[in-house]
Write a protein that binds this ligand. Structure first.
Ligand code: ZN
Length: 168
């Protein structure tokens, strides 16, 4: 499990809406939060909801969660946290070296199977069109595998019709 190099992630309409709204509303700092859903037996991530959290650094170039904020989400949704997201207002389209270190630490050393979403700015009209037209040029997803290291994960967006049917 979770060693499958062709694993992908599906994202519900509801989660996408939350993500794009949050990133736009906090466009001048790194927006960040958690991804909720489940991981199937093949190691694919199924993201039902996104949960914005405070960036305690309030910074355009760095983010950090408050541990108590993560704990509160875990208590509300036991076992449902399957990833994290953050934004790069400065436009960096790939993981920074800090991001790579974090992903490796959590995925490999701590053996927590999170997926990582990074949204790249600027968060203007192009970003909005990206959302409306179901493209994902502003969004990249990663996972650091034990065996093959950091990999980009393919994303699939669910249709509006699917939303509300799926349960976590
Ligand atoms: Zn980053």
């Amino acid at each position: 499990m979770r060693k499958h190099p062709s694993a992908r992630a599906t994202v519900s309409m509801k989660a996408r809406h939350t993500l794009y709204t949050d990133v736009c509303q906090r466009r001048h700092i790194e927006a960040c939060g958690l991804l909720l859903g489940h991981i199937d037996g093949l190691g694919n991530w199924h993201i039902d909801r996104a949960h914005p959290l405070r960036n305690i650094c309030n910074s355009p170039v760095y983010f950090e969660f408050a541990p108590e904020d993560i704990l509160a989400v875990e208590l509300d949704h036991p076992g449902a946290i399957i990833g994290a997201y953050h934004s790069h207002p400065g436009g960096l389209k790939v993981a920074s070296s800090t991001d790579r270190d974090n992903m490796k630490r959590v995925n490999k050393e701590q053996q927590i199977p999170w997926i990582w979403f990074i949204f790249s700015g600027p968060f203007n009209g192009t970003f909005q069109r990206d959302y409306e037209q179901d493209t994902n040029s502003s969004l990249i997803a990663y996972h650091h595998y034990d065996t093959i290291g950091l990999q980009q994960i393919t994303l699939e967006f669910e249709n509006a019709q699917d939303d509300g049917v799926r349960k976590p």
